[in-house]
Design a protein around this ligand. Structure first.
Ligand code: GRF
Length: 214
């Protein structure tokens, strides 16, 4: 079986990266992590890549004048891996059209960059999805009864791309933010590999910004 060549972009701990690496170890999993990219030198995810024997490229964004220049350097460095798709997994940078165009998957007729978000992207976009669900953000003080983990295609907006799959996670009355995050991450670690499998198996179609799972 020819496996989909996937790049995983991280900025931090990389528990989602780990779940993808672990899924890729299954012989019947249709993707493999060809390279890990980080914009943070100290990201623990880089260690995870090393432990798994996966090449890693670290390109700190500091020192680049624009986001696009930073992405150009990344794309140049990872060209040898000939990626077919990129999974953002806690990559804390807003990406530009340059990165999106660089990884558009012409063969599948699909965007090539996907992302995981801890909330319903229709309700909240940004870096604090679990805090949003807990009602901890000044602009969103209402605590939700559940959050919805969302995997979506990435477009030029922040968490605005077409939704591929969502999974509900209850917010319990006694939860602290750490409880909710721990429960949510467990679900993230299932859902992200599931979507990568669908992508790799050619089971996703995009019509009028709507994702169809074949
Ligand atoms: C996850 O909650 C993910 O949904 C969000 O950033 C976090 C990354 O966690 N985009 P990790 O680095 O994969 O542990």
């Amino acid at each position: 079986m020819e496996k989909l060549r996937l790049g995983v972009f991280i900025s931090g701990g990389g528990t989602n990266l780990q779940s993808i690496i672990d899924s890729c170890k299954q012989t019947d999993f249709p993707a493999r992590v060809a390279v890990v990219v980080s914009n943070k030198a100290g990201a623990y995810g880089l260690k995870r890549a090393e432990q798994a024997g996966i090449p890693a490229v670290c390109v700190p964004h500091k020192g680049f004048k624009t986001r696009e220049e930073h992405e150009r350097e990344i794309v140049k460095r990872i060209r040898p891996y000939n990626l077919e798709a990129v999974a953002l997994a806690g990559y804390m940078r807003v990406v530009t059209g340059y990165l999106l165009d660089s990884f558009y998957n012409h063969e599948r007729g699909l965007p090539g960059v996907i992302n995981i978000h801890p909330a319903d992207t229709n309700a909240y976009q940004g870096a604090h999805g679990y805090e949003f669900a807990m009602g901890m953000l000044a602009e969103h003080p209402r605590r939700l009864e559940e959050t919805r983990i969302t995997v979506h295609f990435v477009d030029k907006g922040v968490d605005t791309g077409a939704i591929i799959k969502q999974a509900p996670v209850p917010v319990l009355p006694e939860d602290t933010i750490d409880d909710l995050r721990a429960r949510g991450l467990k679900v993230e670690h299932q859902v992200y590999p599931e979507v990568i499998r669908l992508y790799a198996e050619g089971k996703l179609k995009l019509e009028d910004r709507k994702v169809i799972i074949l």
